[in-house]
Write a protein that binds this ligand. Sequence first.
Ligand code: GDP
Ligand code: IMO
Ligand code: MG
Length: 432
Amino acid sequence: MPSTVIVGAQWGDEGKGKIVDLLAQHSDVVCRYQGGPNAGHTIVVGGETYKIRALPSGIVRGKPCVIGNGCVVDPEVLIGELDEFEHRGHSTEEVYVSGNAHLIMPWHVAIDGASERRLGKLAIGTTKRGIGPCYADKAMRLGIRVQDILDPKILRQKIEVALAEKNLWLERVYETEPFDLETVASQYESYAQRLRPYVADTSLYVDTALADGKVVLFEGAQATLLDLDHGTYPFVTSSNPVASNAATGVGIGPNRIDRVIGVAKAYVTRVGEGPFPTEMEEPWQSRVREIGHEYGTVTGRERRCGWLDLVALRYAVRVNGIGQLALTKLDVLSSFAELPVCTRYRLRDGSESPDFPAHQSDFHAAQPVFETLPGWQEPLDACAAMDDLPDAARRYVEFVERELGVEVTLVGTGADRERILSPLSLEAVARP
Ligand code: GDP
Ligand code: IMO
Ligand code: MG
């Protein structure tokens, strides 16, 4: 049975949550392998909307859900989500949190905010959820892990050691308020009591599930161009969203991953700072933002909107090993008469390339070369199958397939879970 990574192919918010939710119904386990509450994954079921930051999206379908060692966990956010799902009638009994995942502590959030303020015009535009400082402490071997909540004495001791250093930074470098040991220790002890039952050996759990022939989904958060190694550094997140990290981030061998499905919007959005070659001009920018409701799930910030960038997508296909693509939000393009699509970048020396530049200065200076495809200018509401798509919409999808050499197996035509088209049955996409 296949194990599949669902990975963001652009700058995030491609609709990964919706795709995971769709495939989860034919899967047995859903795992998050990196990131933390910087993610915001939306699932719309009839009149109900779920906005999920910490839990895998499989929770909506009642599937066993794993938060892998590669994630960073803000206990307050996770507990809030567990409470919310229980309140809405979903069991959280089969949520498993890796003891090796790192805990986001209040000083991580404080430092994230303070360092962004200090950077001023050079700020990354982070979600200010403490993600970067938490992963930095992990790499520095100063982090506090989920398993530390299993022993109140160890937890308190680690908080004390960390605070001795963090308070110095907060006061002397960032000139902000220090944290009180007793307050943090008692707050985290109460989180610990709530979270202890969920701590598990998730590597063993997933390995056993795979050995038993279960269908496992790995849900990426953030996306390829926000990847710490492969994204548009420094305007990236502090983890590795790329598909290969699903193995490290959950604790299985890379040979256990069978395939990778990329998720891309039919256009592009980006939240936060950083270069964005196909960024739209007005009035298109505002029109797409309004029609597509392009406001951040976590921060409510306006998302920057751009035309589809096939150079960047080609790169995402390469670095993730994407074998098929889910193209979401095609409906948002319905009102445009013409649709520019970027197929190459023009570089500083005047040459044109279909490949993503390897160096930042080339990328910063890259100019998009567009081909203009005809729009369809009719709503997609009535389309129940790929064949129902207007000719121009079908040609848009086929153009993407041809340029990337990858089949588009899912096309999103609306936010609701039902609004998806596929040349195959969803079961065949989930369990080929
Ligand atoms: P994620 O972070 O990749 O899971 O994506 P987000 O949930 O942050 O952002 C995607 C947004 O688009 C959400 O509000 C979804 O409900 C919505 N969405 C997903 N697929 C479609 C689609 O095909 N059409 C439309 N109009 N909205 C969609
Ligand atoms: P999902 O999973 C879009 C962006 C932030 C910022 C950069 C670094 O919903 O697709 P961080 O807080 O991670 O240190 O911020 O990354 N970013 C996202 N953009 N979708 C996300 O998640 C994002 N998570 C982080 O806006 O530019
Ligand atoms: Mg999102």
